[in-house]
Design a protein. Structure first.
Length: 238
């Protein structure tokens, strides 16, 4: 049976200030929880509706009471946050830098995209959504366990980068016509405003995903997660 303190703790972790204070975050579902356990994340408490040696058994009703999902998925775990990695860009690898991504679903999807395309590091500006938001964790579908995510000052990071810095901009050059290197940093900007004015001067290679139907009225822009997938795919295709 869940105690009142356990319920209070889980529900409190919906807020960033509480996650930071407790140094804990919530993950749900066998896939996400299993990936975190396999990659060395330290569990604080695991709740499960099916018997398992490492978990506290709870009823489906109890799980629904603490879950952040509309349809709870058998297991919910509280994990300790790992130590934040030091933001030092690797000049021989491809990485992402997220400049003010606000939507938790977009952030989680971008982490999943990075995992799929073998991009092991993401740098996030302080204005970017919190990676340990339950919605972000769930949207990664376990990829949060495979990608290193660091929050840092992007201006400082990019100013010292010893590699190409790519960015998607409306005044950029057609990505399908530009030479792309297998290493560098790809900057993706805020959903509404794009790459910030402070970061734009640090972009060394300005890219554009072209509209293939310019003769008629179309969508004003691409969702940032979709744009990230297209960009990463083109880099890996080369």
């Amino acid at each position: 049976m869940l105690s009142k303190n356990q319920i209070k703790l889980v529900r409190s972790l919906e807020l960033k200030k509480n996650r930071k204070r407790e140094n804990l975050f919530v993950a749900e579902g066998p896939k996400v929880v299993g990936d975190l356990l396999r990659t060395g994340y330290r569990p604080h408490t695991i709740f499960s509706t099916t018997p398992r040696a490492d978990a506290q058994l709870v009823t489906e009703e109890e799980l629904r009471h603490i879950s952040f999902l509309q349809h709870p998925q058998e297991v919910l775990a509280i994990f300790e946050m790992p130590a934040a990695p030091h933001p030092s860009p690797a000049s021989q690898q491809l990485s992402l830098a997220l400049d003010g991504i606000q939507d938790p679903g977009n952030l989680g999807t971008i982490i999943r995209i990075a995992d799929w395309f073998g991009i092991g590091t993401i740098y996030c500006s302080p204005e970017t959504a919190d990676v340990y938001n339950p919605k972000v964790v769930q949207a990664t579908m376990g990829s949060i366990a495979h990608v290193s995510i660091t929050y840092c000052d992007l201006v400082e990071l990019l100013s010292t980068a010893q590699c190409p810095v790519y960015g998607t901009l409306l005044d950029g050059d057609d990505i399908y016509q530009q030479p792309l290197t297998p290493h560098g940093i790809i900057v993706m900007g805020n959903e509404g405003n794009g790459i910030s004015q402070a970061v734009r001067p640090l972009i060394t290679n300005r890219l554009l995903i072209p509209n293939f139907n310019p003769a008629t009225e179309t969508a004003e822009s691409l969702n940032v997660a979709i744009a990230t997938a297209i960009t990463c795919s083109e880099f890996r295709r080369r």
